[in-house]
Design a binder for this molecule. Structure first.
Ligand code: C2E
Ligand code: MG
Ligand code: MG
Length: 708
C-alpha cells in the first residue's frame, strides 16, 4: 500500500527543511513528507501525487510567499482537492487573511512562527487523526447513501408492483388493522372516493365486506391472526350481486415473527361463467337441451350411492321412439329434429320433481326416477309417457304419429350398479319393441340372453335374403257362409340356420328398424303374387292373396310403382292382390299414405286395414283412405265369449263396415264356438287356426286343391 503524504510549503529553505525534519522524525514511518518552495510547486506536486493515487491528508503552508500567498494556495488546493486538512504557518497573525482562508479553504489550524516543535507535532497528530476519522466517516456515509438508494429503488419497485398487479391487494397487520390497499382493490370493490379520501383502510374493508353474501365468516378469517402458524389460504367469495371473487392470503414474516397478512382479490365471475358454460355444454344435449349421458351417469351414481345407504328403490326407464328413423329418412333430418324437440316437450310433462330425463343419443332417452315406492310407480310413469305421445304431432304441416317403446329396470332387483341397470333397461326395451312396440316392459332375468340373440339376429338378417332363408307361409281366409277359401294371407317366416323357424314378430321389428324390411317386403310381394298366379294357372281362380305392408314400405314414394312392377312381372291382375296395412303405419305420414293408397286403389288393388281396433281407430282417417276391408284384431276375438265388451266392439265394427261398405274379417278364430258367435254377429269372413294355420306354399296348395 502506498504511503500517505504530508506536504510542506515554504519559500524559506531553512524553515522548510526544519519543518520537514521535525515531521519526518515524528511521522516519517507512516507518511512521506513532501516539500515545495512555492505555491506553484506545491500545486504541481499535489497533482502528481494524485495521479499516482497517493492520498494527502495534510498540507502545511507558509502564508507569506513571493507570488502565490499561502491563503491563495490553500484556497486553490481546497477548490481542487477538498480532502486534505490545511494548516497555515504565519509570522504574524493577520486576522483577515485567516478568516478568509478559514472560510474559503476550510483551514484547520494556523501555527505562528517560530513554533514549538511539540505543539506542531501534537497539532499535526490531531489533524491526522481527524483526517482518518473523516475518511472513515465518509466511507460509512457513502455506504449508507448507497443502501438508502437501493432501499428507495426497491420501495419504488414494490409500489409499482403493488399498483400494477391485476389483483386488488389489502395489507392487514397483526392487530387486524388495514395497513394499505391498492387502486385495483378500490376498483374491484367500487370503493367510493368519500371513503378513499379518509385514507381509512378499515372503512374501505368494511365497505367491501358489506357486499359479501356471508361477510361474517370472511371477517373472522381476516381477523384471525395466529402469529404462530397462519398458512397461506385460498377461498371463493360470493357477492350479493352474484359475482365471484377469488381470494388468497399470504402471511408476512419478519425476523421469525408474523407481521400481518397480504390479501389479494381477483374477480373471476367471467371465468366462472365460462367454466359453467363449458360444464353445462359437456353435460347437455345441444338439440333438446336435455341432460346428456354424462350428466345422467353422474346423477345415477349419486342416486345409487344414496339408495345404497337408505335402501331406497329407484328406476331407470330406457325410452326409444318407434320407427323414428323412418321420419328422418322420409321427411328429412330437419323435421326429425323438430319432432324430437316436440317429443321432449311431451316427455317432460310426465316427470315429477327430482326425475331426470336425458337424451341418450339419437331417438333414445333415459329417465331416472329416484323416488319410487314400488316398481308399479315406474310402470305408471311409462304408461303416462306412452299416452303423452298419443295425440299426433304437427311438424311444419306434416301430421306425424309416433309411439315409443320403454324398458324399465328397478334398483335393486334388476341390477345393483349403474352399468347393469342401464343395460337391463335397454334389454327390456328390446323386449318391448319385439312385443309390438308402443308398450313398456319391465326387465326380466331371461331378457338379457334374448337381447343378445336379437343382436346376433340383426347381423344375420342381412344375409337371410341372399341365402334364401326366408319363406312365405299362407293362411286361408274363409267365407263362412259358403265355406270357401276366398283369400290366402302371405306371412313371412325365417328359416334360421341355428335358431330354426322364426316367427315374423322376432325379426320384422328389426328389419323395420334397420331398413331391410324394404327388400324383404318386396320379395314377399313378388313371391305371393307369383304364387297366386301359379294357383290360378292350376285352376284355383278367384282367390285373392293378402300381403302385409310395413310402415316403412308405405313411406316409399314409389310404392304404387313397385306394386305395379310386381303385378306386371308375375302377370297377376291387380284385384287378386290385397295389401294389409296397420293403422299405426297408415297414420305415420297421412298425406303420402293417402296418395299411395288412392293410386293403388285406382289400379284395382284391394286395401285392408289390419289389426283394426288396436291403434287410433280414428274414423276420420278411415274415411280418407280407400279401404276395402277391415280386419278385426285377434285380441277382440280371442276372449269374445267371455268378454261382453269385445262383443260390443265386434258389433260396432261390423256396423261400421256395413255403413262404409267395407268387408269385415275376424282374425284369430280358434274355436267352433267363436266362429258361431261371429256368425251370429254377422261377421262372416274369418281367419284363424280353427280353419287353418299358416302353411308353406306346397301344403297351402294341397289345402286349396282339397277344397276344390
Ligand atoms: P297379421 O298380419 O295380423 O297376421 C296374422 C297373425 O296372426 C299371423 O301371425 C298368424 O299366424 C296369426 N294367427 C292367425 N290365426 C290365428 C289364430 O287363430 N290364433 C292365433 N293365436 N294367431 C293366429 P304371424 O304369421 O306370426 O305374423 C305376425 C305379424 O307379422 C302379422 O300380423 C304381420 O303384421 C306381420 N307379418 C307377417 N308377414 C309379414 C310380411 O311379409 N311383411 C310385413 N310387413 N309384416 C308381416
Ligand atoms: Mg295381416
Ligand atoms: Mg292382423
Amino acid at each position: 500500500m502506498s504511503k500517505l503524504a504530508i506536504i510542506c510549503v515554504d519559500d524559506d529553505e531553512f524553515v522548510l527543511n526544519s519543518l520537514g525534519e521535525q515531521l519526518t522524525r515524528s511521522f516519517g514511518q507512516d507518511y512521506v513528507i513532501e516539500m515545495a518552495s512555492s505555491g506553484e510547486d506545491a500545486l504541481a506536486l499535489i497533482a502528481e501525487l494524485e495521479t499516482k493515487g497517493i492520498d494527502i491528508p495534510l498540507v502545511i503552508s507558509d502564508q507569506i510567499m513571493p507570488r502565490m500567498k499561502g491563503d491563495q494556495l490553500l484556497t486553490q488546493i481546497h477548490a481542487l482537492y477538498p480532502k486534505p486538512l490545511k494548516i497555515m504557518l504565519t509570522g504574524q497573525v493577520d486576522p483577515d487573511a485567516i478568516v478568509n482562508v478559514v472560510n474559503a479553504a476550510k483551514l484547520y489550524r494556523y501555527i505562528t512562527k517560530p513554533w514549538d516543535e511539540t505543539d506542531l507535532i501534537l497539532t499535526v497528530k490531531e489533524a491526522l487523526r481527524r483526517y482518518t476519522q473523516e475518511q472513515h466517516l465518509a466511507v460509512q456515509n457513502h455506504a449508507l447513501r448507497q443502501m438508502n438508494e437501493e432501499l428507495e429503488k426497491s420501495l419504488a419497485l414494490l409500489k409499482a408492483t403493488f399498483e400494477s398487479t391485476a389483483d386488488g391487494i389489502l395489507v392487514i397487520d397483526t392487530n387486524g388493522k388495514v395497513g394499505n390497499f391498492n387502486q385495483k382493490f378500490v376498483e374491484l370493490w367500487n370503493i367510493p372516493d368519500s371513503i378513499i379520501g379518509l385514507k381509512d383502510g378499515d372503512r374501505a374493508l368494511a365497505f367491501a365486506l358489506d357486499q359479501l353474501t356471508n361477510p361474517d365468516s370472511f371477517l373472522s378469517k381476516i381477523r384471525e391472526m395466529d402469529t404462530q402458524s397462519t398458512p397461506a389460504s385460498y377461498e371463493l367469495l360470493e357477492l350479493k350481486n352474484s359475482k365471484t371473487i377469488e381470494c388468497y392470503s399470504q402471511p408476512q414474516w419478519f425476523e421469525g415473527k408474523s407481521v400481518g397478512k397480504v390479501w389479494s382479490f381477483r374477480d373471476i365471475t367471467e371465468r366462472k361463467q365460462a367454466e359453467e358454460y363449458v360444464r353445462h355444454q359437456a353435460r347437455h344435449d345441444f338439440l333438446t337441451g336435455l341432460s346428456n349421458r354424462v350428466q345422467f351417469n353422474e346423477r345415477l351414481s349419486e342416486v345409487l350411492a344414496i339408495a345404497d345407504q337408505k335402501e331406497n328403490l329407484f328406476a331407470i326407464l330406457f325410452i326409444d321412439l318407434d320407427r323414428f328413423k323412418l321420419v328422418n329418412d322420409t321427411l328429412g333430418h330437419a323435421i326429425g329434429d323438430l319432432l324430437l324437440q316436440l317429443v321432449v316437450e311431451r316427455l317432460t310433462t310426465c316427470l315429477r320433481g327430482g326425475d331426470l330425463i336425458a337424451r341418450w343419443g339419437g331417438d333414445e332417452f333415459t329417465l331416472l326416477l329416484p323416488k319410487i315406492s314400488c316398481a308399479e310407480d315406474a310402470s305408471m310413469v311409462a304408461q303416462r309417457i306412452l299416452n303423452s305421445l298419443n295425440p299426433g304431432f304437427n311438424v311444419e304441416g306434416h301430421h306425424i304419429h309416433i309411439t315409443s317403446s320403454i324398458g324399465i329396470a328397478v334398483y335393486p332387483q334388476d341390477g345393483q350398479d349403474a352399468e347393469t341397470l342401464v343395460k337391463n333397461a335397454d334389454a327390456a326395451l328390446y323386449r318391448a319393441k319385439e312385443g309390438g312396440r308402443n308398450d313398456f316392459q319391465r326387465y326380466m332375468v331371461t331378457i338379457n340372453s334374448q337381447a343378445r340373440e336379437l343382436l346376433a339376429l340383426e347381423n344375420s338378417l342381412h344375409q337371410a335374403l341372399e341365402r334364401q332363408e326366408l319363406i312365405v307361409y299362407y293362411q286361408p281366409q274363409i267365407n263362412t257362409v259358403t265355406g270357401e277359401i276366398v283369400q290366402m294371407e302371405a306371412l313371412v317366416r325365417w328359416q334360421h340356420p341355428e335358431l330354426g323357424l322364426l316367427a315374423p314378430r322376432i325379426f320384422i321389428p328389426l328389419a323395420e328398424e334397420n331398413g331391410l324390411i324394404l327388400n324383404i317386403g318386396e320379395w314377399v310381394l313378388q313371391t305371393a303374387c307369383a304364387q297366386n298366379k301359379a294357383w290360378q294357372s292350376m285352376g284355383l281362380s278367384n282367390l285373392c292373396v293378402g300381403v302385409n305392408l310395413a310402415a316403412r314400405q308405405l313411406q316409399q314414394p314409389n310404392l304404387p310403382q313397385k306394386v305395379a312392377d310386381a303385378l306386371a312381372q308375375t302377370g297377376l291382375e291387380a284385384h287378386f292382390l290385397e295389401l294389409e296395412i296397420t293403422e299405426t303405419a297408415a297414420l305415420q305420414n297421412v298425406e303420402l299414405t293417402k296418395e299411395s293408397l288412392t293410386e293403388l286403389h285406382q289400379m284395382g288393388v284391394q286395401i285392408a286395414m289390419d289389426d283394426f281396433g288396436t291403434g287410433y281407430s280414428s274414423l276420420s282417417y278411415l274415411r280418407q283412405f280407400p279401404f276395402n276391408t277391415l280386419k278385426i284384431d285377434q285380441s277382440f276375438i280371442r276372449d269374445l265369449l267371455a268378454n261382453p265388451k269385445d262383443i260390443e266392439i265386434v258389433i260396432a265394427i261390423v256396423a261400421l263396415g256395413q255403413g262404409l261398405k267395407l268387408k269385415v274379417v275376424a282374425e284369430g278364430v280358434e274355436t267352433e264356438s267363436i266362429r258361431d258367435r261371429l256368425i251370429d254377429l254377422k261377421c262372416e269372413l274369418m281367419q284363424g287356426y280353427f280353419f287353418g294355420r299358416p302353411l308353406p306354399a306346397e301344403d297351402a296348395t294341397r289345402l286349396l286343391m282339397g277344397q276344390n
